[in-house]
Design a binder for this molecule. Sequence first.
Ligand code: PLP
Length: 413
Amino acid sequence: MTQLAINGGPKTKTRPFGTGKRFGQEEKDQLMEVIDNDMLFYCMGNKVYEFQDEFAKMHDMKHCVACSSGTAAVHIALGTLQLKPGSEVITSSITDMGSLTGILYQNLIPVFADIEADTYNMDPKSVEECITEKTGAILVVHHTGLVADMDAFLALGEKYNLHIVEDVAQAYLGEYKGKLAGTMTPISTFSLNHFKHITCGSGGMILTNDEDKRKFASLFSDKCYDRETGIKNPYFLAPNYQMTELQGAVALAQLKKLPWIIKQRRKLGDKLTEHLKTIEGITPQLIPEGTKHTYFFFVFRVDTEKLSVTSAEFSAALKEEGIPNVANMITGGMPEYAYDVFKNRSAFPDSQHPFVNSELGTNISYDNVNCPVAEKAFTQVINLEMNEFFTEQDIEEMGQAIEKVARYYMEKR
Ligand SMILES: Cc1ncc(COP(=O)(O)O)c(C=O)c1O
């Protein structure tokens, strides 16, 4: 039995991972143009407008509205649906809080659906069970960069007359049956935060083909001031979620790099997926036929029963082999509904609004949310960084290290 590094054996990965700079001359040039132009306000500049046009064109969509974050983008998208306060929005039990913040600020009620055990995306069967007469929309998150089962969600939308929104924060240029992520629903949302495939520090976008939605989204992201007509007479409540020219400039430069970033991550991620398929006790994320992953990060499952190991033990051993990882999903160790804000219904001070509100007719508790598949995933899933600058050798060594650790526990049983 080969000794694990954690037990004093040789480390699998001794060479450093491939690295590279995310920002360079392209970003500098764009930023210099903004400074030379002496204008940081999107409305009087050109970088944000240019970025919006380029992003829409890349997706063969008519309109993009840029904003200050992915959280803002989800809020804006939900705003355009004009749902009655108290309506329910079904979303995944494993996502970022940014998917949920806008729901609450729009006085809507998040309802959490369970996930599929193999893709970690929302399970359409669980979503259907969550539908009530109060459901207004389904927010579909393409978790880890893998596009969810959109045919099933679009069919639910038709069957129950519900809005469907794609949250594409993690899945730039993900593909589903020949369609790009973010092009399958009337409005979709993106994030440009630090961790995403491309970034401008913080930023977000919505995509739509609907002129009314575009107009509403631009009003919603800018205090309901109509910058196009110059009319300042807000007729609904709207925050200021403007993107600045500085963000727009960096986003524009980053956008040009996006196809290469996705190509690299897909090549590397798919290679690791293939290797992991051959290892007993290890299951990589399932990539359904017709779907192309974008590997925002890389997850795999450890068969903790078969290997007689906890995911924390496996994770610690893998780390000592030279492979950074976390035994976790991105939500900090628990499904979203276990967060204090939901458990304690404490979105606003001294109030249970919007969870409990007689005027809205709401009374929801998250104490008995039943998402066994999501909860089990937290005990078995390991999360690895994926990066476009990694080399093929890095990927080989990642696979070898996982194989070594899995084999050790398999033989030790
Ligand atoms: C699925 C998803 N939605 C929304 C967001 C929020 O994006 P931001 O951090 O830009 O507000 C994130 C960010 O991690 C995300 O992963």
